[in-house]
Design a protein around this ligand. Structure first.
Ligand code: ADP
Ligand code: MG
Length: 457
């Protein structure tokens, strides 16, 4: 195909944007849309000209296209606009992502920070969790198949290789080629038996690559050596543990799929921490743990990681803007972290871990465009004339008025709060209700905001 060609009297090829062993990728314009929207046309040309092979390929192509069409419903996977066969050749038309592939961000010598890496792993695993839930395996997770959108920096997973693989089946229906890229491919995939956890291995390699700045092909093809590299990284031991499991050569020793890997990673989604590697003990704990895992078998793994508060439920509620669920969940988390039953007292507030406050604050802010969270609350607190370390009733009441926790000169009950987008700035997360009385524990929040300030939030 060349520029100017029009497919189905509709898709006009503009230029080639990629070519693999199995077909070519083009930027095209869709003339059926008023603005001639851009799209990507993938032309898949089966190598085998045997009619029977083509018949199988056609059937599988359709099946696979159905699957891609489901996957494209995810925000971070290009939408499938059309698939068709013309003159024995196959075409997929998909959403054009304005952006760049991560090849440019994974340049050898370029190291990512721990936080950048963890954020990246999480974003990628969220997409893979969905792919795996749909019963699909990507098989070729690597920088060239991940794009970052220009408009908001969000990641997209592209190039679902299953179609390519199934187009090259032999007569018995067996794949004749192994799909994937050697450096990112775990052993079972290299021998033609990919699992969902094969994608997890690739993610682990990407993580090591990001943190070390090494080219993937420069990494050892040996489990022990890979784990040695991870052990030497100056990062949180939980992340070391997660990466170590991801790159296990035995697929059963890895996380089974994106969802499981994400769960293990989520407790570590925190602000950057100073390296913890002042003594040997965390390493010993980690590798004893890995050793134990290898011996005990898959069933017990989830029991072994160190117990940390899980922000997962909170995150899900916030992402869905279910404020009325996110609010009590925040309260529950605050109590759990402080190891308290009903209220946070002065002492537990004074010792409250900064990292957890930051995480909770960040989750609220990120999902509300900065409207909710401790940061806007502290701002309202200061703007109404309150001073850190000093409780002045009238100023504190002004703060309560400003964030909508008071009405007609008295403090609201918990049931008076607004859990919709029309809530005033900094209204949520609320200070929660006291045990049976349903009263807002307004005073407690003042103390917590002082801790927030102390934590530099
Ligand atoms: N939906 C898309 N939007 C924008 N660019 C894309 C899209 N899909 C693919 N590309 C570009 O085309 C290149 C090749 O596409 P890809 O699907 O990875 O096929 P292959 O690796 O088999 O050639 C990608 O690396 C990317 O630069
Ligand atoms: Mg590709």
């Amino acid at each position: 195909m060349q520029s100017g060609d029009v497919l189905r009297q509709r898709y006009k090829i503009i230029q080639s944007i990629g070519g693999g062993g199995f077909g070519d990728t083009y930027l095209a314009l869709d003339h059926d849309f008023p603005d001639n929207r851009k799209c990507v046309v993938k032309h898949l040309a089966p190598k085998n000209s045997d009619p029977q092979a083509i018949a199988i390929a056609t059937r599988l192509f359709k099946k696979e296209a159905q699957c891609l069409s489901r996957l494209g419903e995810h925000h971070n996977i290009p939408r499938l606009y059309a698939y068709f066969e013309e003159d024995g050749e196959f075409y997929l038309v998909q959403e054009f992502i304005e952006g760049h592939t991560l090849n440019s961000e994974f340049q050898p010598g370029k190291q990512w920070s721990e936080k950048e890496t963890v954020d990246f792993l999480r974003e990628l695993l969220e997409i893979l969790a969905f792919v795996h839930q749909q019963g699909t395996i990507h098989r070729d997770v690597k920088p060239g198949n991940i794009m970052r959108a220009d408009k908001d920096g969000k990641l997209f997973l592209i190039d679902f290789g299953a179609v390519k693989e199934k187009l090259s089946v032999d007569d018995s229906g067996q794949p004749t080629v192994v799909i994937g890229t050697p450096s990112y491919m775990p052993p079972e995939q290299a021998t033609g038996n990919p699992k969902k956890s094969s994608d997890i291995y690739s993610v682990g390699i990407l993580g090591i690559q990001a943190l070390t700045g090494k080219a993937a092909h420069g990494l050892p093809r040996d489990e022990e050596e890979l784990k040695q590299i991870i052990e030497e990284l100056p990062i949180d031991t939980q992340i070391q543990y997660v990466l170590g499991r991801m790159v296990s050569f035995q697929h059963k020793n890895r996380f089974a799929d994106g969802t499981e890997a994400l769960q293990a990673l989520i407790p570590t989604i925190v602000e950057p921490k100073p390296p913890k590697k002042t003594s040997n003990s965390p390493k010993i704990v980690l590798f004893t743990l890995l050793g134990a895992i290898a011996l005990i078998g898959a069933g017990l793994y989830t029991l072994l990681p160190p117990k940390q508060p899980s922000y997962q439920a909170l995150e899900v509620y916030l992402q869905n803007k279910e404020w009325s669920k996110a609010d009590p969940e925040t309260q529950r988390l605050l109590l759990e972290i402080a190891n308290e039953q009903t209220t946070l007292d002065k002492e537990s507030i004074a010792q409250f871990p900064c990292e957890s406050l930051k995480t909770i604050d960040k989750l609220w802010a990120a999902n509300s465009d900065g409207k909710f969270g401790f940061t806007p609350q502290k701002q309202a607190y200061l703007e109404t004339g309150n001073q850190i370390g000093q409780y002045v009733e009238s100023a504190y009441e002004d703060f309560g008025n400003k964030v909508g926790w008071r009405i007609f000169d008295s403090w609201n009950l918990y049931g008076d709060l607004k859990f919709t987008d029309i809530a005033p700035m900094a209204h949520l997360p609320s200070p929660g209700k006291s045990g049976n009385e349903k009263e807002l524990r307004w005073r407690e929040r003042g103390m917590l905001l002082e801790r927030v300030d102390e934590c530099g939030i």
